[in-house]
Design a protein around this ligand. Structure first.
Ligand code: JFZ
Length: 438
């Protein structure tokens, strides 16, 4: 395992090859039955809401503003003193996620700025202690989500631009004026303390979405201890890490950032796909945290098609919003989320509970499958015939939510669908349902 990982080319940031010390994960890890069941739930869910929200949102320049503007930790500490999201309504966020057809929410509990957006007792750098809001918005979200059957996952940044013991410094956050010394083990104790709180004080947690190990690939992150702690406290909580390498023992899902599985347009997605559940995340515009000048919105159509392509590649889609400092989600995002939800109300059966279909992603589209059905998602196709290399007997072909006849002719090594051009082509996704059987 370790040897294989060491050979794997890794992420774009600096020399990002993870050394053996970082990989001493949870050796011999076998997921418990609860964990295996949670993985199945996760894959069936297929669609989640990613939330990047913190005191940085007040700057309206994304969650990296502390690094990008070389803000010293002592100056950045002024931001909490004015953070007061009076319009925050956890119930409304959950209702919106539900209306979008999402089944889970992954929210930043602590981003790289080191500020805890939850009521952490092991830290004095928290939303409860440092802001006029003085409440725990994550608790409110967990409570609201629980009532609606939405699972909550916690994003947690292992990288910390604020903590004095995050030392030696990594490749980012070098201008934040931290002391010239510190005890990394003490930092990891602090981090594990926060994780213990997150897994103890908030009821059942969907999982932990780690990020930031890439900042210090040479460090000993004591992953064995952290992963064991999480699995001991909540066996069903799924661990994933945005480290951009092949999953490490103890992890329960593999994530890809800003790409579909197998693609690498972002440049850092070079890891091989594992057999674990997959999840890919993307933004509504170009930013994770609220960015007041970013108007580069993806269309609802593009986002729906991204969800479909993810499902066709056997991956979940985690779609991000960066709420505003007042606690509301900007109307451009709300509008898109609602449009996706409307589409899913009609076409959801071809996404939820499916796995990547028997025909791998093609230029014309993708396939998904569930029980005895194969959903052929025709995203871009102009011709009348469509050849599917498929080792199954097709009993019936219908158009999901539409009319028209698709003829099926078995051939050598597959089937030919014809009559496609005569169908009412859907601008988003024309879905042909194949019922297969003996
Ligand atoms: C990370 C975060 O830095 C970012 O703020 C956001 O939370 C996103 C979801 O995750 O982004 C990364 C992480 C690693 C690389 C690039 C972007 N990398 O290794 O190239």
């Amino acid at each position: 395992m370790i040897a294989r990982l060491l050979r794997t080319p890794t992420c774009a940031l600096a020399a990002c090859l993870l050394p053996a010390s970082a990989l001493l994960s949870q050796p011999g890890y076998t997921p418990t039955p609860e964990n295996v069941a949670a993985r199945t739930w996760f894959q069936d869910a297929r669609f989640g809401l990613f939330v990047h929200w913190g005191v940085y949102s007040q700057m309206g320049a994304g969650e990296w503003v502390m690094n990008n503007r070389s803000i010293r930790a002592s100056d950045y500490e002024r931001l909490p003193s004015s953070f007061n999201p009076t319009a925050y309504d956890a119930t409304a966020w959950v209702a919106l996620a539900k209306a979008a057809g999402m089944k889970y929410i992954t929210i930043t509990s602590k981003h790289h700025d080191g500020f805890a957006m939850f009521d952490s007792k092991v830290s004095d750098y928290t939303i409860v202690k440092r802001t006029p809001f003085a409440r725990d918005p994550i608790r409110q979200l967990v409570d609201a989500a629980g009532k609606e059957g939405i699972k909550v996952f916690f994003y947690y940044s292992q990288l910390d631009w604020h903590h004095p013991d995050y030392f030696p410094l990594g490749s980012t956050g070098r201008q934040t004026g931290r002391p010239d010394g510190g005890n990394f083990d003490r930092y990891l104790d602090y981090m594990n303390g926060q994780l213990k709180e997150l897994l103890t004080n908030y009821g059942p947690v969907g999982g932990i979405w780690f990020d930031g190990m890439w900042d210090k690939p040479e460090a000993n992150w004591r992953l064995d201890e952290t992963y064991r702690l999480i699995h001991q406290l909540q066996p069903a909580a799924l661990i994933g890490s945005n480290h951009h390498v092949t999953p490490i023992a103890g992890e329960d899902f593999q994530m890809i950032e800003k790409d579909l599985p197998g693609q690498n347009s972002a440049g850092f997605n070079k890891a091989e796909m594992s057999t674990l559940p997959l999840e890919t995340c993307e933004t509504m515009n170009g930013s994770w945290g609220f960015d007041i000048t970013d108007r580069n919105y993806k269309s609802s159509r593009d986002l729906i098609r991204y969800l479909v392509r993810s499902a066709g590649a056997n991956a979940n889609f985690l779609l991000n919003v960066g709420p505003m400092p007042n606690g509301t989600i900007q109307p451009e995002f709300v509008e898109r989320l609602r449009a996706i939800g409307k589409w899913l109300e009609v076409n959801g059966e071809s996404v939820y509970g499916t796995r990547g279909g028997p025909v791998s992603p093609r230029p014309w589209g993708v396939t998904t499958r569930k029980a005895n059905k194969i959903y052929v998602h025709i995203l871009d196709w102009m011709d009348d015939d469509l050849w599917l290399p498929l080792d199954a007997k097709v009993r019936r072909a219908t158009v999901l939510g539409g009319e028209g006849i698709v003829r099926v002719q078995p051939g050598k090594g597959g089937v030919l669908l014809s009559g496609i051009a005569a169908l009412k082509q859907d601008d988003i996704d024309t879905i042909v349902v194949l019922e297969i059987g003996q």
